[in-house]
Design a protein around this ligand. Structure first.
Ligand SMILES: Cc1cc2nc3c(=O)[nH]c(=O)nc-3n(C[C@H](O)[C@H](O)[C@H](O)COP(=O)(O)O)c2cc1C
Length: 377
């Protein structure tokens, strides 16, 4: 525990104080009712992480509107009073255990593979996404070509995030995370090959980040200064793991710079191995060998440098030493773990008490339904 003490210091994110710097990363579970209501099983699932010592829990991606945002069948939403009431049970239970919980607002856009409101998908341009639908969430085959978003659709996307953030406050969440990462709609706008628009939302990096900035500003305006608001950003995507920003650090400067000025309280960056240089040619090889020296900044460090707000880092940080290092280096203020938290819902308590951690078994932790069944109500 001595070496990892730093992980267990308090930290402020916006207006709230976390008990420690270790959070649960957002993880889709597709365990809600078909109408998108959080269940008792989900109450138990989230409560276990709070009881296990995590200072922060970020929910699975939750759909914010009844138009094009839902990505998966049995995904929870936050679009009506019933869904707010269902989430209230989750937030109350987490708070009883002393935890803090943010809801992740996710608009799937062109990657939607299960939307009870429409079969049509929406994207910045009519470009078919790379890769294939995720079978673990009930998808099959290629993604359809999405409809190109009109100005009205764009206004609708922003309004969806705004309404959902207001409902998140009502539901008792401690904050919201806007999902700007992993290939979903906001990341589609940011991504050069998905966004072929010729209006103010396409072309230059400044234009491609515009919608993300507008969503952050609108959400901030709607919820006021006291409610914590952040955004998640990545280069890689669920359907294109190795994507890198073409403009490298210059892109990072524009993207994080603009978002930092948009009123967010944190930027959450996720990379496959987040301690690796963001733009290294030989990711995962030379950079691991200290003899080769520093081959460039991590995405977390770039978010901190240009965003000037607290940074949450995610990606293969379930080894406590690795987690400590990234905070000690100053690249991040908080870390989140995904699969390691599924294997150890009490990761924080175990590390504090010097107890051994369970290795994660991909068979068990990667299947959303299998994993949630392990959490008894
Ligand atoms: C089952 C599963 C579901 C996930 N769902 C989401 C999600 O809803 N939103 C999101 O931003 N990331 C999602 N992720 C990505 C994780 O938040 C995290 O970035 C990834 O697991 C890498 O972190 P790790 O190495 O600690 O597992 C998911 C990951 C897993 C394993």
């Amino acid at each position: 525990m001595t070496g990892t003490k730093l992980l267990f210091e308090k930290i402020k994110l916006g207006n709230i104080t976390l008990d420690n710097r270790v959070g649960v990363a957002p993880m889709t579970r597709t365990s809600a009712t078909p109408e998108g209501l959080a269940t008792d099983q989900m109450v138990a699932y989230y409560t276990k992480f709070a009881r296990g010592g995590f200072g922060l829990i970020i929910t699975e991606g939750v759909y914010p509107d009844d138009k094009y945002s839902q990505g998966y069948l049995n995904q929870p939403g936050i679009i009506n009073n019933e869904q707010v009431a269902a989430w209230r049970k989750v937030t109350d239970s987490v708070h009883k255990e002393g935890g803090k919980i943010f809801v992740q607002l996710m608009h799937a856009g062109a990657l939607s593979q299960g939307n009870r409101f429409t079969e049509q998908t929406l994207g910045p341009s009519a470009v078919q996404p790379k890769g294939e639908q995720l079978e673990i969430y009930g998808g099959k085959g290629f993604f359809p070509v999405p409809k190109e978003a009109t100005k009205e659709d764009i206004t609708g996307i922003i309004q969806g995030f705004v309404d959902a953030a207001k409902r998140a406050k009502e539901a008792g969440f401690d904050g919201v995370e806007i999902h700007g990462a992993n290939g979903y709609i906001l990341d589609q706008f940011l991504t050069d090959y998905m966004n072929r628009r010729t209006d103010e939302y396409g072309g230059s990096t400044e234009n491609r980040v515009r919608l993300l900035v507008e969503v952050c500003i609108a959400v901030r305006e709607a919820v006021g200064n006291k409610f914590t608001v952040g955004i998640r950003i990545s280069q890689g995507k669920v359907n294109d793991h190795h994507h890198k920003w073409a403009g490298k650090e210059k892109d990072a400067e524009i993207i994080f710079g603009q978002l930092g000025k948009a009123g967010v309280d944190f930027i959450h960056v996720t990379e496959y191995q987040v301690w690796q240089p963001a733009f290294s040619e030989n990711e995962g090889t030379r950079a691991l060998d200290p003899a080769f020296g520093d081959h460039g900044a991590t995405l977390a460090a770039l978010a901190k440098k240009y965003g000037n707000v607290p940074v949450i880092a995610n990606g293969y940080l379930h080894d406590p030493e690795r987690a400590r290092e990234i905070i000690e280096k100053g690249d991040a203020d908080v870390i989140t773990i995904g699969r390691g938290a599924l294997a150890n819902e009490d990761w924080v308590n175990k590390v504090k008490n010097d107890e051994p951690l369970e290795e994660f078994d991909p068979e068990k932790v990667l299947s959303p339904t299998a994993a949630i069944k392990d959490f008894e109500v």
